[in-house]
Design a protein around this ligand. Structure first.
Ligand code: HEM
Length: 133
């Protein structure tokens, strides 16, 4: 499994920019549709166009692809941009739940889906620790 962490292997496995954007679209689609997602959806202000772009560009760099987030939006600290939000275990787990639901719609190997969920749980937990409780 560790090969996903090297170079841009994860970015490739995710289907590069088109694949990441598709995943993020589905992620927010799940958040908007699933009853469980309503609470964290309501933490987002207004329409989701900008946040979809931001999350896609961020994840592309995070997966070892081009660093397009900083080119377009500047530098970012993931825990810091969530600091003003109230994020407890429930919000963290719902975010991951929506991501897991979105992954079911992607043409990725089971191994890569599992790897992604394990890796995303790390910043999600860090966000919870730094955000308001
Ligand atoms: C732990 C559960 C999480 C919740 C409840 C959550 C919720 C949110 C919300 C509500 C916003 C919009 C904030 C605003 O505009 O005021 C946001 C922004 C963002 N989130 Fe999360 N998030 C979570 C985890 C993550 C994770 C794990 C990542 C990345 C791996 C991530 C990446 C981002 C990015 C890139 C932005 C845009 C920041 C910006 O440029 O302004 N989030 N998140």
């Amino acid at each position: 499994m560790s090969q996903f962490g090297t170079m841009n292997a994860s970015y490739e496995a995710a289907g590069e920019e088109a694949g990441v954007r598709k995943l993020v679209d589905e992620f927010y689609q799940q958040m908007e549709t699933l009853p469980e997602g309503q609470h964290i959806r309501s933490m987002h202000k207004g329409n989701l166009t900008t946040i979809k772009d931001k999350l896609s560009l961020f994840l592309m760099g995070w997966l070892g692809g081009p660093r397009m987030y900083s080119d377009k939006y500047g530098s970012i600290s993931i825990p810091q941009v969530h600091q003003h939000l109230v994020i407890n275990e429930a919000e963290r787990d719902t975010w991951l739940f929506c991501m897991n639901a979105a992954l079911k719609h992607q043409d990725y190997t089971e191994e890569f889906k599992q790897y992604l969920m394990q890796q995303l749980a790390i910043p999600a937990e860090r966000i919870r620790q730094m955000a308001q409780s």
